[in-house]
Design a protein around this ligand. Structure first.
Ligand SMILES: *Cc1c(COP(=O)(O)O)cnc(C)c1O
Length: 344
């Protein structure tokens, strides 16, 4: 790996972070807060939240098996996707490489940050080859994006190809594991200490059932987390979100229950789709959704919308012609979808 000092943009490396009022006394036994120009009334909403979310990180650390200083928390994964561009990529000069098809936000953030985005097509089984990703890189490639289980295809990316990419690439490899809780595969975050150039993304939006609170996680070396913390907005995760996360983390077994239920429903739905005359193929999945090739995705999509049922039309995505992406809902929601499709 290229030394971090050379990967990070020079202005970011030199950056002196904003020092908030709440940062400066830490560790002391504070009782009277007259430092931040807050209103003393209207507790608990009157106080600025912990800028580094230490209590959330301590609890998360136990659930995820990653030490608190290797955790970055952001306003959804969106923030953890945008920050690497701002920290590592010189606009108009650097580039990133990504598997294709994949989650759309990597490209949106590249475009916003004026960073060239180099997609590398997956094969017919939606698998990637490390050598093809590496061949797309040059001296200005700062980041390789991988998503596993991948969205919208649903499958996990081959572990050995991901490791080969991490080991052989000189820059940062980001593996987005938003759907890892639904997968039988081992998370790459357990190998974090082996790879200083690895960033693993997780989110509260999927298995944890908390999309509304906007809380995303990045697991990485302490050095990378420190850089993200320097660049992020000082109070990027609000107090209500931190409280709700602490509550959710107190009961991880509830999440396990949801996941088991959703995996059962996933098998049932995939089996039912295979029997539909309008369904030509159901792709293997490790996530809480599956991709399926239909006889006419656009018409079926429109038909479902007319009945108030929304799935994701992926027909215009590369390698996904005539494909719909179906999220697993409650049993009754799933039944509604099946009933509608059987009447098509
Ligand atoms: C849904 C999803 C996320 C979650 O994004 P949030 O901003 O945390 O809600 C991240 N990555 C992928 C690939 C996703 O599909």
């Amino acid at each position: 790996m290229t030394p971090l000092e050379q990967l990070v943009r020079p202005n970011i490396w030199r950056l002196a972070p904003y020092s908030s009022a709440r940062n400066e006394y830490s560790g002391r036994n504070a009782r009277v807060f007259l430092d931040a120009n807050e209103n003393p009334y209207n507790a608990p909403f009157n106080r600025y939240p912990d800028p580094l979310q230490l209590e959330v990180k301590q609890r998360l650390s136990k659930v995820k098996g990653v030490s608190p200083e290797q955790i970055f928390l952001g306003n959804g994964s969106d923030e953890a996707i945008d920050l690497p561009y701002r920290c590592f990529c010189e606009p108009g000069k650097d580039n990133v490489v990504a598997i294709e098809p994949t989650y759309g936000m990597y490209k949106v953030c590249a475009d916003i940050n004026d960073v060239e985005y180099r997609p590398v097509l997956l094969d017919d089984h939606y698998q990637m080859e490390a050598d093809r990703l590496l061949a797309a890189c040059d001296d200005h490639t700062k980041i390789i994006w991988i998503c596993s289980p991948n969205n919208p295809t649903g499958n996990s990316i081959d572990h050995d190809e991901m490791v080969k990419t991490i080991e052989q690439f000189h820059g940062i490899v980001i593996v987005d594991e938003a759907y890892i809780d639904f997968s039988a595969q081992k998370s790459l975050r357990t190998e974090l200490n082996k790879y200083p150039n690895l960033i693993v993304l997780n989110t509260f939006s999927k298995a944890w059932g908390c999309a509304a609170i906007r809380l995303g996680m990045a697991f990485a070396s302490k050095d990378i987390v420190d850089i993200f913390n320097k660049v992020k907005y000082p109070y990027n995760v609000n107090q209500l979100t931190q409280q709700q996360a602490i509550e959710a983390l107190a009961d991880p077994y509830e999440v396990d229950k949801w996941v088991r239920l959703l995996l059962q429903e996933r098998s049932r739905m995939m089996e039912a789709f295979r029997m539909l005359p309008i369904c030509q193929k159901v792709y293997p999945t490790d996530a809480n959704f599956f991709l399926c090739k239909m006889t006419d995705a656009q018409q079926i999509y429109d038909y479902l919308v007319d009945r108030g049922i929304i799935v994701r039309n992926r027909t215009h995505v590369q390698l996904c012609g005539n494909c719909l992406r179906v999220t697993i809902g409650t049993k009754s929601e799933n039944n509604e979808l099946l009933a509608a499709l059987r009447q098509y």
